[in-house]
Ligand binder design. Structure first.
Ligand code: SF4
Ligand code: SF4
Length: 624
C-alpha cells in the first residue's frame, strides 16, 4: 500500500518555525558563496567580441550537451550515463522539491497518486543506482584523472542517495513525518554545499555551455579599451573576461581534459584542468580587478608554453570550458610583456619577421623549388591557388608532399598556380602569442591574395587551412577577406571517382588535430586512402586522436620535457601492425619521421595522403 507523505501528516506551528529558520539558513549558506562568485563573474571584463549569433546553434548545443547530456555520454558511456541520470533526476525532482517544501506549510502541488509521483519515483531509483556507481568509481576504482580523493564529493553523493532513499521509502512506510524531515534536512544541507563545492557546476554549467565563444578553440581578438589602453592578452586579473570567469567557476573537476591532454600524458607539468582551476583560485584570492600577475601561485608560464593547442581538452569538456583562449591569452600576456624568454621562440619570431617563413630560409630557396617543380605562378587563369606553406616550400619532406599533390592535380586536369610572394600564415606566431608578428604576416598575405584575385585555395597543411579560414577573418575588414581554402584531403575526396582503386596493405591513419577536431574532417582522408588499401584506426582516433606534438608552435621550440608526444603516438601507430602510417599534415609527418624509427626496429612507411594517391597513379609507383 502506498503511504505517500502528501496526506499523512501536518507540521505543528513550532515545527513550521524550525522549518522557516532552517530554510533561511540554508538559502543564506548558498548565497554567502554564490553571490560573491556571481559578482566576480559580472565584474570581470566584458568579452568584446561576444555575440549571441548564431543563436540557433547556441540553443542546439544547450539542448544536446545540457538537456540530453549527449557529450558526457558519448565520451564516457557508462559513467556518462550515470551522470546523465543524476542530472535528469535533478530536473524531475525540481517539482518534487517544491511540492515537498509546500507540504511543510500545508499546501500541495502534487496529488498522492498523480502520474508525476511515480515518474519521480522511477528517476529516484535510477539516480540512487547511478550515484552509488559514481561513488564506487570515485572512491574505489579511482581513475587517476579525477585527481585526489574529494571528501566533499562523498558527502554530496551520500546526500543525493539519502534524498532518493527518503523519497522512495515513502512508498512503503507509514511514518511519513520522520521521512519528510529526513528528506528536508538532506535538502537543506545539500543546498549550501552546491555553492561551496565544485557542484556549483549544477547552477553555472548550463550558462557556460550556452555562453561559449561560438566556435571551437576561438582565439579572441586583442581590443583597445575605451580608455585607449592596449590589450596585451591575459597578464593580470583585469584581463580576465566574464566568459573566462564563468567557465572557471563551472569546472566540475572531472579531469576529462587532463585525461586526453598529450602534454600531461607525456610527463609535462601542463594540466588543462589546473588551467581552469588556476583561474578560479586566482579570482577567489585576488578578484577580477587585481593587478597581481596571473602567472605565479595559481598558473604556470612553463605549463602554458607546453600546450600543443591540440584542442583535446576543449573538445572533451562537458561544461563548455574553452582552454585554448585562456592558454593562448596567457602566452600573449607573457610574450607582449617580454616575460617569455626562450631562445627558440626568439629565433622563430625573428625568422618570421625577416624571412617570412618559420624555417628561416631565404625566399630564394622557395623560388628555386618552384622552378625545379615547374609550378606555374598563379595569374588568375588557374582554378586553384596552391598554398605551399612553410613546410611545403622549405621542408624536404613537405616538398615531397606538395610535389605528390601537384602531380595528382595535374593527373586530374585541375589547373593551379602558386603565389610568388606567399609568406607563413602566421600560425606559430598566433598560437605562441605574438600577435604583432602574426598581424604583419596576415597583412602581407591578404594583400598578396587580393592582388592575385585567387578564388579558391587548396593546402596540404591543416594549420594553414585553419589560420587562413578562421584566424584571418579577424583582419578581413582591414585587409580584405581571404578566398575559401580547403585541405587537400577534401579536394581529393571530391575527386574520388577518378582516382585508381587498388587492393593494398593495411594503412593506419593518424587524424591531425587541426584537420579533425578543428575542421571536423575525418571521413574524407579515410575515403581517399581506402582507394589504395585497408584503412585501420589506432585506438585513439578521430575526435580522440592523440596529437603529434607539433602544434601551437611547439615544432619550432626546443627539447620537450618528459616523453616526446610524437614517440607516444608513433608507438601506438606502429603497434597496429599496419605497413603504412598515413598522415595528412606536414607537421605530423615531420614529427613521426624520427619518432617511428625511434620506437620501432622495423618502422612502417610514413606517407601523406597525397603521396599514397600519387603512388597509385599510372607510372608513379616509385613514390611509395
Ligand atoms: S590543447 Fe591539447 S596540449 Fe593544450 S592543454 Fe589542451 S589537451 Fe593539453
Ligand atoms: S575543465 Fe572541463 S574537462 Fe577539465 S576538469 Fe573542468 S569540467 Fe572537466
Amino acid at each position: 500500500m502506498l503511504h505517500f507523505w502528501v496526506t499523512m501528516f501536518e507540521l505543528s506551528r513550532p515545527e513550521r518555525l524550525v522549518l522557516v529558520v532552517l530554510l533561511a539558513a540554508s538559502l543564506a549558506g548558498f548565497s554567502t558563496r554564490f553571490v560573491p562568485i556571481l559578482r566576480r563573474i559580472l565584474a570581470a571584463k566584458p568579452d568584446a567580441d561576444f555575440s549571441l549569433r548564431p543563436i540557433g546553434k547556441r540553443f542546439w548545443d544547450f539542448f544536446w550537451e545540457v538537456l540530453l547530456q549527449a557529450k558526457v555520454i558519448r565520451e564516457r558511456p557508462l559513467p556518462g550515463l550515470a551522470h546523465a541520470f543524476v542530472f535528469w533526476g535533478f530536473c524531475a525532482f525540481g517539482l518534487v522539491t517544491l511540492n515537498h517544501i509546500a507540504l511543510g506549510f500545508g499546501a500541495s502541488l502534487l496529488g498522492p497518486h498523480s502520474f508525476y509521483v511515480y515518474l519521480a519515483g522511477t528517476f529516484a531509483v535510477l539516480v540512487a543506482i547511478s550515484i552509488s556507481g559514481l561513488f564506487i568509481r570515485r572512491f574505489i576504482l579511482r581513475p587517476k584523472w579525477l585527481g585526489e580523493l574529494s571528501y566533499e564529493s562523498g558527502v554530496i553523493a551520500l546526500l543525493i542517495f539519502v534524498l532518493m532513499a527518503t523519497y522512495l521509502a515513502t512508498f512503503w512506510t507509514a511514518d511519513s513525518k520522520s521521512l519528510w524531515w529526513a528528506h528536508t534536512l538532506a535538502l537543506l544541507i545539500f543546498l549550501p554545499l552546491i555553492s561551496h563545492t565544485k557542484h556549483l557546476h549544477l547552477v553555472l554549467s548550463p550558462f557556460s555551455v550556452f555562453f561559449t565563444r561560438g566556435s571551437f578553440s576561438k582565439i579572441p581578438p586583442l581590443v583597445v579599451d575605451n580608455d585607449g589602453d592596449d590589450d596585451f592578452g591575459l597578464v593580470t586579473g583585469k584581463d580576465l573576461t566574464q566568459i573566462v570567469a564563468l567557465q572557471a567557476y563551472s569546472c566540475v573537476e572531472c579531469g576529462r581534459c587532463t585525461e586526453h591532454c598529450p602534454a600531461n600524458n607525456t610527463g609535462k607539468i601542463l594540466d588543462p584542468k589546473k588551467i581552469a582551476l588556476g583561474v578560479r583560485d586566482y579570482l577567489n584570492d585576488f578578484g577580477p580587478a587585481s593587478d597581481q600577475p596571473l602567472f605565479g601561485k595559481h598558473l604556470s608560464q612553463e605549463a602554458a608554453f607546453q600546450c600543443t593547442t591540440c584542442g583535446a581538452c576543449e573538445y572533451q569538456c562537458p561544461v563548455g570550458v574553452e582552454h585554448l583562449p585562456i592558454i593562448v591569452g596567457l602566452r600573449r600576456g607573457a610574450v607582449n610583456t617580454g616575460k617569455w624568454d626562450d631562445t627558440y621562440g626568439t629565433k622563430l619570431f625573428l625568422a618570421l619577421e625577416r624571412n617570412g617563413n618559420a624555417l628561416g630560409f631565404s625566399s630564394a630557396e622557395r623560388d628555386k623549388f618552384i622552378a625545379k617543380e615547374q609550378f606555374p605562378i598563379f595569374d588568375g587563369s588557374q582554378e586553384y591557388c596552391l598554398w605551399l606553406g612553410c613546410m611545403g616550400a622549405y621542408d624536404p619532406q613537405g616538398r615531397e608532399i606538395i610535389a605528390a599533390f601537384a602531380h595528382v592535380m595535374r593527373y586530374l586536369g585541375t589547373t593551379f598556380g602558386v603565389l610568388s610572394k606567399e609568406k607563413c600564415t602566421g600560425d606559430p606566431a598566433r598560437r605562441l602569442g605574438n600577435d604583432l608578428v602574426f598581424q604583419q604576416l596576415v597583412e602581407a598575405n591578404l594583400q598578396t591574395l587580393a592582388q592575385s584575385k585567387a578564388a579558391k585555395i587548396v593546402s596540404i597543411c591543416p594549420h594553414c587551412v585553419r589560420t587562413i579560414s578562421t584566424d584571418y577573418l579577424e583582419h578581413a575588414k582591414d585587409y580584405g577577406q581571404a578566398p575559401p581554402i580547403e585541405h587537400h584531403s577534401e579536394f581529393l575526396a571530391r575527386h574520388l571517382d577518378r582516382l585508381p582503386q587498388s587492393a593494398g596493405e593495411n594503412i593506419v591513419y593518424h587524424d591531425p588535430c587541426y584537420l579533425g577536431r578543428y575542421r571536423n574532417v575525418y571521413d574524407q582522408p579515410r575515403a581517399v586512402l581506402a582507394r589504395s588499401g585497408v584503412v585501420v584506426d589506432p585506438p585513439r582516433a578521430r575526435e580522440r586522436s592523440f596529437c603529434c606534438g607539433a602544434g601551437g608552435g611547439l615544432a619550432f621550440l626546443g627539447e620537450e620535457k618528459g616523453e616526446r608526444v610524437s614517440h607516444n603516438r608513433a608507438r601506438e601507430l606502429a603497434a597496429t601492425g599496419a605497413g603504412t602510417v598515413a598522415a595528412a599534415c606536414p607537421f605530423c609527418n615531420t614529427m613521426f619521421r624520427d619518432a617511428l624509427a625511434a620506437v620501432s626496429p622495423s618502422p612502417p612507411k610514413l606517407l601523406d595522403v597525397a603521396q599514397i594517391v600519387a603512388a597509385s597513379l599510372p607510372g608513379k609507383n616509385e613514390m611509395l
